[in-house]
Structure formats: structure tokens, C-alpha cells
Write a protein that binds this ligand. Structure first.
Ligand code: ADP
Ligand code: MG
Length: 697
């Protein structure tokens, strides 16, 4: 049993542990490094490393690792023992961990996807300690959160650009805050990630090759009941799931992860976990650890945790809502509407910066959530559509309209809102309304971006958010810093910004078909798939944006586009291969066997009694024979489609081919198999049904 609050963070080398265990000068030096980015000199690093090692050994650790996040979106680690020969010549050992080992590592990382970037420069990459994210112990290994770069300093991971985007955002936000005479010295993005997942029985999982190889079901007829009755959402949590959640929470709390809420989600077997928000790079690290621990703890309970965006057709998929805000070192949330004219002017400035950013870089936000898995979800019935728009609520929309048009804002006074003079009316927190159909919603004091997929790293999304908002703030600051009458200039700037970018605001139903047409009329982009979206990463305006703010230069950006497209093609190719294997190895033989059973039943019935009609057997036999033939031909077609000769060499064309040709063939194939599943006897069908998989827990 965990003893809270004492045991919270007991496996994390956190602030309290540092204060307690480090010599004072080392503690102060490390604090400067953590807070101000001042490099830690080697002497101090040695002291810190030694302390960390002693602490880790007391907690049972024998190894350490530089823990990093390569471009494939998962985490990587290579364990190194603390042991070293003692030098006594008697075969004894000592436990060692140096400052150098803490600060820098050189993993042989040649097998990580790098889009050819590493080859262009140097074969080796190195990992560099991110002292702002606490080291932690996982499975007896001291994990040091690190960034991963090439020897030329090019980012090879997802963390480096995220850290750079935080710095860029801080620089630009501080320029704006200076103009408002703020006392703040630093601005940090804060993020809370709500994580959705499915839990299914491990025995059921082991019987489904599609789940094992691809994380999602490639076949499966719709069961008689799924989520129609809304009886799972917030429902009472079953005993087995509740035991899982309890252990998961304890594991996360030990690591200092602020797991806070848990509940059943809409689909059968679907659940959600949300932590309390924290600094963005830490939130991203914590989310990666959370996903890993979810999988491990599930195993211990005879369960499997599915993090795929769409494990089952016909029920909701899983996402990861990214709640994002900006916080100053003085503890002020910059998206909290204030209660003085100055605070409101400041709030509106940051708010309009986000509107401009989301409108100008819709494509980047869409790209940051693009993956083969998430494509099944976006634009589906339950997830936000692939079109980016913002929900800001009626109250704020009315305020912005008043600013833009100079018309009366009726609810308070019969005059237009004057920036820097008026107090805004109280803005109600969005608690009841909850426009769940909006991909990007303002929820009272933060923005909730809902398009991120459940299995994806949250690093890219936040790198994009930080960078595009930094860009808006930079444009604003350029304008305002030279103004003579600040309030007048600000009023003018906000008016123009709202007028220019209000097309991105949409408070209506994002699932409505008319919205697609309306969005098109407004000129909003609509990339329905990764194949269409990803190549736009390299659009000139995007390349310029990332390089202007020092987040990613062109040589660093290109490989990210390639890795995304390659991953997409490979994922679909694997799925197609698994499908053909399942059809040929299991489904078709089952259909043939069942046909034989029917044929024999007809023969034996007829020989027993010649004038028996055998209507059911005859009809069923004809139908499944026909479907069996179709299944066979479609399976051959799919197989031909993915034979290497037919795959385009050019990456963009290849992705398009997988999207338009291969996925279409897969869907056609699935349709036949799913119909057969409803006709063939359960005794013959080779895989557990959706019903058994989803309701077994
Ligand atoms: P709900 O959406 O269920 O009402 P909340 O709005 O409290 O719950 O929070 C949803 C998520 O947003 C949580 O992970 C929470 O920690 C996070 N969150 C709340 N405030 C902020 C903030 N200022 N910055 C970033 N994330 C936040
Ligand atoms: Mg939410």
C-alpha cells in the first residue's frame, strides 16, 4: 500500500529529494540550470550524478539510462550498469556514475528513423540531459530524460524542438508582457493531457492476430449492442478495471505523475485518465511514461491496454485531449480573463494571438496529429473533424464582435468595448455547454485541442502550438513596440486581427455536413488524411516559421515529413499483410469448412428423407459460397496491390497510393468478411467476436 502524501514522487529525483540530498552549492547550481538554463559545470555535475546514483541504488536500481524520444513517437532506452571494477585487482566492483555520463550519452541509435538525417551528417547521435524534467526510477533503472541530437547539433528527436519552442514562446510572450508592465520574468506553457484507452481481456487479445500485429481489429461484425444506450460513459467501474486503475495510479504517483481523474468513456471497454496539468515538456514526458505503465499494469491484471486510435470499428475511437495554457513565473494564467481594464486588454491580446496562430497555421496543427491510426478517427462520427476551427463560446464571440465592428456590446453597456478602458463582463466558464464537436475549444482559462490521437506523442502538437503562438506574439510585439499611443495601437491591432482571422471561429456543430461546405467557403483547409496533410509540412511558410523561431531548420524539418509518410505507408502495408494472412490462413478455411458442413447436412438429410426441402441449408450454402468467392478474389486483389512492383517509389505518391488504393481494397475486403462472420456458425469462426472482446472484462 502506498502511503500518501509521503510516498508521492518517491521514485522521482524531484525538488524535495534534491533539496534534501544535494550539498547546498550543488543544489543551487542545479536550480540555476533548471530554471535559467545556465550550464552545470563538470564538478557540480559529478556531485549531482553521485547523489543521484546513491539515491537510485537505495531504491534498488542497478542501471541507468538516457531516456529519449526518437521520431517514431515512442521512447527509447539503453541500460548501462553502475558497476565498474574497483581497481583493487581482487575482482571486486564499485558503483559509479559520473557527471559526464549524466550530461551526455552516445547511444548507438542508427536504427531509429531519422529520415536520412543522420546519414547526411554523422553516423552517431548523442543524448543530452534535460534537467527540467526529473530523473526517475522505472523497473530498477534510473532514467534520465534527455534530448537526442546529431553531432552537428541537429535535432533527431521530438523533445529538442519542443524545448526550443518553449524558449521561443517565452521570448515573444515576454516582449508583450513588458508592454503591459508585467512583473513576470518568464512564461511557460502548461499542459494537461487527458488519455483515453481501451482495456480488454488478455485471452481475447491473444486470439486476435490483428490486435497483436496492428493494435486494431481489421475485421469484426458490429455486435447487437455497442454504445447506443450511453450506459458505459461515467458508469460504475467494474471490479477488475477498478483494480487496474488503483495499481496504475499508485505506480504513477510513485513517479510523481499527478494522475487525478479516471472514468469510463463512451465506448464499451473504453476509459480515460487525466493528470493535473504541468509544464509542457514534463507533461509530455509524463504522458509517455503513463502509456507505458498502462500497458504493463494491464498485463499484471490479465488485461491488455489498447492505445490505438480506433481499435474497433462502429464504436468511438480514442484521443488525447491537449489542454494548453500559458503561465508566468508569478503564477498568472495568461488566458484567465481578468477583472481590470489592463488585465483584460492583456488577456485579449494573448487570446487574439491564438486566434491568428490557429487560423494562419491550421495546416500545421492538422499535420501534428496526422497518423495512419488517427486518420480512422478524425472526421469519423465521434471525433472532431479534420477541419480545424475554434470554439470560443458566445460571450467571448460577442466581445470580439464588438471590438471588430465598433458596435455595441449589448449585455453590459450600450457602447462598444474600448481596449484598456473597459472591464469585460464576467466570462462564464464553459462547463455545461462543452462543445465536444470542436477540435480547438476555449474552456474558460485554457485551450483544449482534441484532435491528438491516443497513441501519439504529445510533443509535436505542443511544439506547433508554442511556435505558432510565438509567431503571432512576435508580429504583435513588432507592431506595438513602436506605437506612440499604446492603447490606440492595441485597439487597432486587435480589431484588424479579429477581422482578418474570425473565419476560424465556429461555435456550431462540427459534425454537421453543412460545416464542411461552410468551411470550404471560408477557405479553411480540410486534409482528410495523413497522405494529404503531411507533405504540407514543407510548405514555404511553415519552413520559414520554424527556422525564424529557431525551432527546426529546413534540414531538420524534411526528415520529419519523410518519417511521418514512411510510417504511414508501413503501417498500412503491415495491416494489409495481416489481413491477407488472416483470410488465407483462418477465415477462408473456416468458410469452406462451414460450407462443407452445410453440404453434408443437405446430403444426409436428403438421403434420410428425399422430400425434405433443406431451405435454410441451401440458401445459406449458396450465400456463403458466393461470399467466399468474393472474399478470395478481393484478398488476391489486395495482395497484388501491395506487391513491391506496384508500390510507387516516390514517397508522397506512395502515401497517396496506400490511402486511395490499398485502404479502399482493405475496406472492401473487410465488408465481405464481416458479413460472413454473421452467417458462419460461431463454432467455425476463427476469432472471438467484437461482443466477446469488448464485454468480456
Ligand atoms: P474537465 O475538462 O473535466 O472539466 P478540467 O477542465 O479541470 O476538467 O481539466 C481537464 C484537463 O485540463 C486536466 O488535465 C487539467 O489538469 C487540465 N488543465 C486545467 N487547467 C489547465 C491549465 N491552466 N493549463 C493546462 N492544462 C490545464
Ligand atoms: Mg476534455
Amino acid at each position: 500500500m502506498l502511503n500518501l502524501p509521503e510516498d508521492f514522487g518517491c521514485m522521482s529525483f524531484n525538488e524535495a529529494t534534491m533539496r534534501e540530498r544535494l550539498p547546498k552549492d550543488a543544489y543551487i547550481a542545479l536550480k540555476r540550470t533548471r530554471e535559467k538554463g545556465v550550464p552545470l559545470d563538470l564538478n557540480m555535475a559529478n556531485v549531482v550524478a553521485n547523489c543521484m546514483k546513491d539515491w537510485a541504488i537505495e531504491k534498488g536500481a542497478t542501471h541507468f539510462t538516457h531516456w529519449f524520444q526518437p521520431l517514431n513517437g515512442i521512447t527509447a532506452e539503453k541500460h548501462e550498469g553502475f558497476i565498474a571494477p574497483s581497481g583493487e585487482g581482487d575482482g571486486s566492483i564499485i558503483m559509479e556514475f559520473s557527471g559526464k555520463e549524466l550530461i551526455k550519452g552516445e547511444p548507438d541509435a542508427s536504427s531509429f528513423p531519422s529520415g536520412g538525417l543522420r546519414a547526411t551528417f554523422e553516423a552517431r547521435g548523442y543524448t543530452a540531459w534535460d534537467p527540467t524534467s526529473y530523473a526517475f526510477i522505472k523497473d530498477g533503472v534510473l532514467c534520465i530524460p534527455t534530448a537526442f541530437c546529431s553531432y552537428g547539433g541537429e535535432a533527431l528527436d521530438k523533445k529538442t524542438p519542443l524545448l526550443r519552442s518553449m524558449a521561443a514562446l517565452n521570448t515573444q510572450a515576454m516582449r508583450i508582457l513588458k508592454l503591459f508592465e508585467s512583473k513576470a520574468e518568464h512564461v511557460t506553457p502548461t499542459v494537461g493531457l487527458e488519455q483515453e484507452y481501451f482495456l480488454i481481456d488478455r485471452d481475447m487479445y491473444n486470439l486476435r492476430k490483428d490486435l497483436i500485429y496492428t493494435g486494431r481489429t481489421l475485421f469484426g461484425a458490429k455486435p447487437p449492442k455497442t454504445q447506443e444506450l450511453d450506459d458505459h460513459y461515467y458508469g460504475s467501474i467494474r471490479i477488475r478495471v477498478s483494480a487496474f486503475m488503483k495499481e496504475l495510479n499508485e505506480e504513477l504517483w510513485k513517479l510523481g505523475i499527478l494522475a487525478k481523474t479516471e472514468h469510463n468513456e463512451v465506448a464499451p471497454a473504453q476509459h480515460e485518465l487525466a493528470p493535473i496539468f504541468t509544464t509542457v515538456n514534463v507533461a509530455v514526458d509524463h504522458n509517455q511514461i503513463t502509456m507505458e505503465i498502462m500497458r504493463k499494469v494491464a498485463k499484471r491484471h490479465g488485461l491488455t491496454c489498447l492505445l490505438h486510435e480506433k481499435p474497433f470499428a462502429s464504436v468511438n475511437g480514442s484521443g488525447k485531449h491537449n489542454n494548453w495554457s500559458l503561465c508566468t513565473d508569478t503564477g498568472e494564467n495568461l488566458f484567465e480573463p481578468g477583472d481590470t481594464p489592463e488585465k483584460n486588454a492583456q488577456f485579449l491580446t494573448f487570446f487574439c494571438a491564438v486566434i491568428k496562430a490557429v487560423d494562419e497555421y491550421q495546416d500545421l496543427l492538422r499535420i501534428s496529429v496526422a497518423s495512419a491510426g488517427n486518420d480512422h478517427r478524425l472526421g469519423g462520427n465521434e471525433a472532431p473533424p479534420a477541419i480545424i476551427s475554434m470554439y470560443i463560446g458566445e460571450e467571448i464571440e460577442a466581445i470580439l464582435n464588438s471590438i471588430a465592428t465598433g458596435n455595441h456590446y449589448n449585455k453590459i453597456e450600450h457602447k462598444p468595448i474600448q481596449i484598456g478602458v473597459d472591464v469585460l463582463p464576467p466570462i462564464p466558464r464553459d462547463t455545461t455547454d462543452r462543445n465536444r464537436t470542436s477540435p480547438f475549444a476555449f474552456t474558460g482559462n485554457k485551450f483544449e485541442f482534441r484532435m491528438l490521437g491516443s497513441s501519439m506523442s504529445a510533443a509535436d502538437v505542443n511544439t506547433v502550438l508554442n511556435t505558432i503562438v510565438a509567431e503571432s506574439l512576435c508580429c504583435f510585439a513588432d507592431e506595438l513596440e513602436k506605437a506612440e499611443d499604446f492603447n490606440a495601437a492595441l485597439g487597432e491591432l486587435l480589431r484588424n486581427t479579429i477581422r482578418k482571422h474570425r473565419r476560424i471561429i465556429f461555435n456550431g456543430n462540427g459534425y454537421d455536413e453543412n460545416w464542411v461546405k461552410e468551411a470550404q467557403r471560408r477557405g479553411l483547409s480540410n486534409y482528410s488524411s495523413t497522405a494529404e496533410a503531411a507533405p504540407h509540412l514543407m510548405d514555404e511558410k511553415n519552413v520559414r516559421l520554424f527556422s525564424r523561431h529557431g525551432v527546426l531548420n529546413e534540414t531538420e524539418l524534411r526528415p520529419r515529413c519523410d518519417v511521418m509518410l514512411e510510417g504511414y505507408c508501413k503501417q498500412i502495408n503491415i495491416e494489409a499483410l495481416v489481413m491477407t494472412e488472416m483470410i488465407r490462413g483462418d477465415i477462408l478455411p473456416a468458410v469452406i469448412d462451414f460450407g462443407k458442413f452445410l453440404a453434408e447436412a443437405i446430403t444426409s438429410k436428403k438421403s434420410a428423407c428425399a422430400d425434405i426441402a433443406c431451405l435454410a441449408e441451401n440458401r445459406l450454402l449458396k450465400r456463403i459460397s458466393h461470399l467466399g468467392d468474393t472474399l478470395f478474389t478481393r484478398c488476391e486483389d489486395l495482395s497484388t496491390a501491395i506487391s513491391p512492383d506496384n508500390i510507387p517509389a516516390d514517397l508522397v505518391q506512395r502515401a497517396k497510393y496506400y490511402r486511395e488504393t490499398v485502404l479502399a481494397l482493405m475496406n472492401e475486403l473487410r465488408e465481405v468478411a464481416d458479413e460472413l462472420e454473421t452467417l458462419v456458425s460461431k463454432d467455425y469462426w476463427p476469432y472471438p467476436s467484437y461482443g466477446r472482446v469488448m464485454y468480456r472484462v
